[in-house]
Write a protein that binds this ligand. Sequence first.
Ligand code: ATP
Length: 776
Amino acid sequence: MARAPPPPLDGRKRRIAMMTSGGDSPGMNGAIRAVVRMAIEKGCEAYCVYEGYEGLVQGQNFIRKFEWSDVRGWLSEGGTLIGTARCMAFYERPGRLKAAKNMVLNGIDALIICGGDGSLTGADKFRAEWPGLIDELVEKKELTAEQVEPFKHLNIVGLVGSIDNDMSGTDATIGCYSALSRICEMVDYIEATASSHSRAFVIEVMGRHCGWLALMAGVATGADFVFIPEKPRAGNWREEMCKIVARHRQIGKRKTIVIVAEGAHDQDGNKISPDMIKDLLADKSGLALDTRITTLGHVQRGGVACAYDRYLATLQGVEAVKAVLEATPETPTPFIAITENKICRKPLVQAVLDTKEVAKAIEAHEFDRAMSLRDTEFSDIYESYMTTTTTDLNDAMRLPPQKHMRIAIVHVGAPAGGVNAATRAAVAYCLTRGHTPIAIHNGFAGFVRHHDDKPLGAVREFDWLEVDNWASKGGSEIGMNRELPSESGMDTVAALFKQYNFDGLFLIGGFEAFHALSQLRKAQEKYSSLCIPMTLLPATISNNVPGTEYSLGSDTCLNELVRYCDTIKQSASASRRRVFVIETQGGRSGYVATLAGLAVGAVAVYTPEEGISIDMLAADIKHLKKVFREDSGQSRAGRLILINEKASPVYHAKLIADMIRQEAQNRFETRDALPGHVQQGGTPSPMDRTRAVRLAIKCIEHLEKYEDRADSTILGDPMSSTVIGIKGASVVFTPMKDVEEKETDWPNRRPKNEFWLGLKDVVDVLSGRPEVPRPE
Ligand code: ATP
């Protein structure tokens, strides 16, 4: 049943509709929640179109108004709760005409579409045709001129929801990291059995025109070989694969993993199927490996979204509503992208064209062009993968002996996901280049203390077979420790650097590692042996290292926290009236609490940056009372408050839970919960693993620039001691001196300007938290 025509635009609320289209992807529900709530927050009415374009064409009950509470709990649901479909009718103009009529009849003047490149192509076509469609509806007397008057301009914003990560112009699509997590989880399982039986597995993953999933899974799991559509092997792939697998077996590997994208083919465009690979690996006259095929199929789409997809979807949903409200008739249709760590708007048409170009380039066998059309992270990761799988087979990469360096690797601080993957990649890169990678065991404490009694125990050359299976290992295989060089004794440290004749130092770790590097840098004036290039790859769950917006391990931590919060929230589903106050780690940085708050939809987040006051607590308790008073009982689970461990010296999780309970007077219950060291994570997330590989290799490449160093060069060059980081839209090395002096809040052990501070407001807005008094 069609609705009555809406009142004219002037004086009425704007109506923003949200739709999901194409294949479903984890995180779509987070985007819907964010769009609905942000639209309402901005004084608009929120609508959802069910079943993609089919719903728009059909109209009637497929287009429904949404209220704030309709999207409660959606962050933790997989797939899309408003449905998605492929719609043939929308490919044709008559279908789009019907869709336009339904939009006008429902008074919708803006549409936010979350889908893949097909859906966004359709969206762009719709917007381009819009004025013509409206005129046609009037001409055919399906609508009157008065009815269409307020709808002369259609406002469309795209959100890229796709597990393939195949859209040009954005580093990640909503859902791709969840799919990657699922794949890596499966490959991790398969590895155990492969190793037990000394078998080979050929694993097929999704991706017809895009090898992102296959490539990233290959990097994250340390697979022996990957096949991706964009970059078929230059020579004879059969020979190359067999040579690499044979070499890996020869050095003692008991398992072989080959990952193949479903769209893989050779240089001439002939399909490479899992069966062809299997036959080759199993060939009795060759490798003769007991080989199995696993096709992962739709498991890759399934399940709840990982932490990253949840907050990406949330932040992009918020940005989409802002883009709608700021658009003028002249604004080109945007889509919301993420580049490195920055959410931005980009022209949709160009991205759609570039995406199609990739497919065309592959079809035309222009593979370099296909690679160049993907984002920089993709080609970086491809290069990283190639260097880490062929350590001693890659003669082209080997440096002449006079350029070989002795590079020490040390872990400082507490374990974080990705530390081992970074070490593995650094070792592989060093071996490929001819350098000697050397492990310092158990941080600086191990370096100095175990030296006398076990001279070769604490410091030893890495062996490739030893590190080869570290790609997915949590913790720190060489051991880590928080002790600083000054505590270990700088004289001894410098003497040992001399004794072992290090040419470069690669540190991996958190704020202590940063502090350690600062001390070593300052000591260079005094000790000539310390005048070597040094670089730090930040790795800490707290994500509090200055010089970067992202530390290895922070993604793993967020995933653990999100899992924990989902479980605990679910536990309240029986009573439905429970508030959990959950204490997170993070040192004096509220990053983890805030991002987890975004990903789970916390009612409030307490951080050290802001602090906690009695007035703030009183306002939040008042708000909770109101929430439970108005809750009709439909909501399925408990409410969460996240509090960082150092948010207040007095108000800790238990005390806050007790205060809320006292005030609630049996109208609802409270519990405090401490996930504690669970937050360090078990198996590192694929994001931490792949970024570990990419950044670690960049670090060693950076150290290599100083292979013919003289002490004076090191002292005079601020870039000889650096921290690598992701800042805004780029990966950068920043001189330690600058970071120490300009960017570091030393007393609070965190960066002076934390990029994520503004995100706290988003948590508040989307949870409906009122303005609360902030501590003075
Ligand atoms: P996925 O990445 O999962 O394949 P997608 O959005 O690319 O997602 P498609 O099946 O290509 O999925 O498109 C979804 C729907 O978008 C189609 O069923 C159709 O209704 C609409 N659509 C796609 N391409 C166009 C087009 N060129 N013109 C009009 N509508 C289109």
